[in-house]
Design a binder for this molecule. Structure first.
Ligand SMILES: Nc1ccn([C@H]2C[C@H](O)[C@@H](COP(=O)(O)OP(=O)(O)OP(=O)(O)O)O2)c(=O)n1
Length: 285
């Protein structure tokens, strides 16, 4: 099996129009460089629909890290039954992390746009522009030439159906969220951020509560001290009061006793004086 060189490729193009539209300047190193066409589907599309590009205002498509995309080529390729083609993605894009998920060959008899499925395995957004060359294609001989039945025909799935990106693939890719490493990292980062915000808030709340508890405990201690102090003062006052009452009572009792003694002495004195007086009167008689 021989691959076609530049002259053979140009001859084939001249004879069979294998690539349409064709630009001779796109023949590089024995390959023809196919370009991105007008339709793209991104798995993180906001609308969930195919994006339609044009060569003027809406040329660019951003393929985010961890996202998958379907890219339709601008050119149609028509592979003769005595040829087979091999396709790839240019290293310039692959080195950014773009992975060619879809196949590597185009069957003899295939006649349509090509649909590439790609994955951004890199850490940065890969920007693609419509009309730009990304997909090299090489032609090789197929010997002997395939028959109508042996070649790509209407029993095959993609036979003349790739004017647009088939909705069945979009429906398939839309099912559920794409759990790419980047999407997971984003989720982990977001959970981490929410969690650390919550921890900071709860720490602040704890600190606030700690202060409140400290103030409350301080207040309770102050109130307890005051009550205790008042209680001791009251107790002491009560004891002092009782003591002074008892002293007063003692003084009063003493005074009463002294007064009683004095009255008795006075009474005795008076009785004695009267006795002496009566005796004196009697004697005088
Ligand atoms: N990135 C690619 C790879 C291939 N093809 C086209 C060219 C192939 O000739 C055709 C069929 O490829 P396969 O035989 O690998 O695919 P299937 O067997 O799944 O589909 P079909 O039933 O169409 O053969 O699809 C394409 O459009 N884009």
């Amino acid at each position: 099996m021989a691959f076609l060189g530049v002259k053979e490729l140009l001859k084939l193009q001249e004879a069979k129009k294998v690539i349409e539209p064709f630009n001779p300047q796109r023949v590089k190193n024995g390959a023809y460089e196919l370009s991105l066409g007008k339709e793209v589907y991104l798995t993180d599309s906001k609308t969930g629909k195919v994006e339609t590009l044009d060569e003027n205002s809406n040329r660019q498509v951003d393929l985010n890290p961890g996202q998958f995309a379907l890219l339709l080529t601008k050119e149609k390729v028509s592979i003769p039954k005595d040829r087979i083609a091999f396709i790839s993605i240019k290293a310039g894009e692959k080195l950014k992390g773009l992975v060619n998920v879809s196949g590597f060959h185009v069957d003899p008899g295939f006649n349509d746009h090509l649909l590439f499925s790609v994955y951004n395995a890199g850490p940065s957004t890969i920007v693609l522009n419509t009309g730009e060359p990304y997909f090299p294609i090489w032609f090789a001989e197929m010997k002997p030439e395939l028959s109508e039945e042996e070649a790509y025909n209407d029993n095959n799935d993609h036979f003349k159906k790739l004017d647009h990106i088939p909705p069945k693939y979009i429906e398939f890719l839309k099912r559920g969220e794409l759990t790419s490493p980047k999407a997971l990292l984003d989720k982990i980062t977001s959970v981490e951020q929410t969690l650390s915000e919550k921890i900071i808030k709860s720490d602040e709340k704890k600190e606030r509560n700690d202060w409140l508890y400290k103030i409350l405990i301080g207040l309770l201690i102050a109130i307890a001290l005051k009550v205790g102090w008042d209680w001791v003062a009251y107790d002491r006052g009560f004891a002092d009061g009782r003591k002074s009452k008892e002293s007063t009572q003692e003084v009063i009792t003493e005074m009463r006793k002294t007064l009683t003694d004095k009255v008795i002495v006075q009474k005795i004195d008076s009785i004695l004086a009267n006795e002496i007086k009566n005796d004196t009167i009697k004697k005088a008689k």
